[in-house]
Design a protein around this ligand. Structure first.
Ligand code: GLY
Length: 395
C-alpha cells in the first residue's frame, strides 16, 4: 500500500514539475519577441551612430536594414513596439528604451506637411504618455494635434492627406488617414476642446460617404475640389488599379471605423466597421491562412506577394471589434486564424534573423515595386498589438 502511495506521490510531483516548466504560447511568444527586439536594438546601433538623423527601423531591402528620419510616416512604430514590450514584460529596461526612441521624434509635432501625425506621434508619444504620465509628452501630443488640424478644410470636411503629386490631384484624402483621428479624439478628451473631435467626426463621416463602394471595399484615394468640397475623382496610389481593393487600405478602414466607434459610441461607425469586416472575412480571395495578398484584386494569385502587415492590422482591429459587436464569435475566430498564421513559422522570422523584425512577407507598395515581400515595422507593431489584445485577459 505504501509503495502504491509513494508511486502516486511521485507521479503527482512529476506532473506538477512538468506543468511548472511548460511555457504557455503567450509566454513563448513574449520570450521570442524579447529576444528578437533585443537583436533589433543591436542591429540598429551601428547605422544609427553613423547617421544621427536616422531614428527608427522601417524595413530590409537588398539585405540591408533601412532606417528612417523622423519625418517618415513609419518613424513612431518602433518606439510603440518597445512600449508594448514593457506592457508585456513589465521589465523597466523596455520602458527606458521606449522613452529613448520616443523622445527622438519630438520635432515632428510642428511638421504640418503631413497627415501622418497620428502614426508618428500617437503610436510613440501617445503610448509613452500612458505609461509615464510625463506632462511634457502631453504637451507634445497636443501640439501635434494642433498641427494636424491645420490640414483640415471645412469645405471638404476632411484633413488633407498628401501635398505631393500636385499635378495629379487637388485635395487627396486616403483611407489610411482614418488612423490619424485617434490623436484628435484624445486631444479633445484632454482639453475639453471639441474642435479636435468635431474635425475627426467630420472626416470619418465624409470618408464613409465617399470612399466606399457598394460592396464595402474602400478606394485608396479620393480627390476633392478644395473650393467646393465636391469629389473630383477616385483612384489608387498603392493598389493594383483604381477599382481594386488594396488590402492594407481595407485594413486601415476596418481599424479606423472600429476606433472611431470606440471614441464616439455612434452606432453608424460600428455598422460601418461591421460591413467592412464582412467584406474582408467573406472575400472569396482571402487565402485559407487568412493572410491577404497585397491586393484583393491582384491578377496573378496565388503567385502574388502576401501582405502580413494588412493581416496584422486586420487581426488587431477584429479583436477590438469583437468586443463591441453581436458577431463577436465570427470576428474572434477570424482574428485568431490571422494571428495563428502570423505567429507560425511561415511568417515569424527565426530568432536573431531578419534584423530583429518579427514578421516576414509584408508588402509596402507593389504598385511601385517597392518593399515587396519584406519585413515592415508597422506589421510588427500591429502584430504585437493584436498579441496584447488576444491575451488581454492576462494583462
Ligand atoms: N500609410 C501608408 C501605407 O499604408 O502604406
Amino acid at each position: 500500500m505504501n509503495k502504491i502511495l509513494l508511486s502516486l506521490a511521485a507521479a503527482v510531483m512529476l506532473v506538477a514539475c512538468t506543468q511548472k516548466q511548460a511555457t504557455s504560447p503567450r509566454e513563448e511568444l513574449t520570450r521570442y519577441a524579447e529576444k528578437q527586439l533585443t537583436f533589433a536594438l543591436e542591429s540598429l546601433t551601428a547605422p544609427m551612430s553613423a547617421n544621427n538623423k536616422l531614428v527608427a527601423p522601417r524595413t530590409v531591402e537588398d539585405s540591408t536594414l533601412q532606417l528612417v528620419p523622423t519625418r517618415d510616416w513609419t518613424s513612431g512604430f518602433f518606439a510603440g513596439e518597445l512600449r508594448m514590450m514593457y506592457q508585456l514584460t513589465k521589465d523597466t529596461v523596455w520602458k527606458q528604451k521606449a522613452i529613448q526612441f520616443t523622445e527622438l521624434l519630438e520635432q515632428e509635432k510642428n511638421n504640418g506637411k503631413t497627415h501622418d501625425m497620428g502614426f508618428k506621434m500617437f503610436c510613440s508619444y501617445g503610448r509613452a504618455y500612458e505609461i509615464t504620465k510625463n506632462p511634457h509628452y502631453r504637451d507634445v501630443l497636443l501640439q501635434s494635434a494642433r498641427t494636424l488640424i491645420t490640414r483640415y478644410n471645412p469645405q471638404v470636411g476632411c484633413i488633407r492627406s498628401w501635398d505631393h503629386n500636385a499635378d495629379k490631384w487637388d485635395f487627396p484624402v486616403i483611407i489610411d488617414n482614418m488612423m490619424n483621428l485617434e490623436l484628435l479624439f484624445w486631444a479633445s478628451r484632454e482639453t475639453c476642446d471639441t474642435i479636435f473631435r468635431d474635425i475627426a467626426v467630420s472626416h470619418a463621416l465624409k470618408t464613409m460617404e465617399n470612399h466606399f463602394r457598394p460592396d464595402m471595399s474602400s478606394y485608396h484615394v479620393v480627390d476633392y475640389d478644395p473650393e467646393t468640397g465636391e469629389v473630383e475623382g477616385r483612384t489608387t496610389h498603392q493598389g493594383y488599379s483604381p477599382e481594386s481593393a488594396w488590402s492594407r487600405g481595407q485594413a486601415w478602414a476596418l481599424y479606423g471605423y472600429t476606433m472611431v466607434y470606440r471614441e464616439t459610441n455612434d452606432v453608424r461607425f460600428l455598422q460601418q466597421a461591421e460591413k467592412i469586416a464582412g467584406y474582408i472575412i467573406n472575400h472569396p480571395r482571402l487565402p485559407a491562412d487568412k493572410v491577404a495578398y497585397w491586393d484583393f484584386d491582384a491578377p496573378e494569385m496565388p503567385n502574388e506577394p502576401r501582405d502580413a502587415s494588412a493581416a496584422a492590422i486586420m487581426a488587431s482591429a477584429l479583436y477590438e471589434l469583437a468586443e463591441y459587436s453581436n458577431s463577436r464569435e465570427v470576428y474572434l475566430k477570424c482574428a485568431n486564424d490571422m494571428f495563428e498564421s502570423l505567429a507560425s513559422a511561415a511568417y515569424l522570422a527565426a530568432p536573431s534573423t531578419n534584423f530583429g523584425f518579427l514578421l516576414k512577407h509584408s508588402t509596402g507598395s507593389k504598385a511601385h515595386e517597392s518593399e515587396v515581400d519584406v519585413p515592415l515595422v508597422y506589421a510588427d507593431y500591429y502584430f504585437l498589438e493584436s498579441f496584447i489584445r488576444k491575451y488581454n485577459a492576462c494583462f
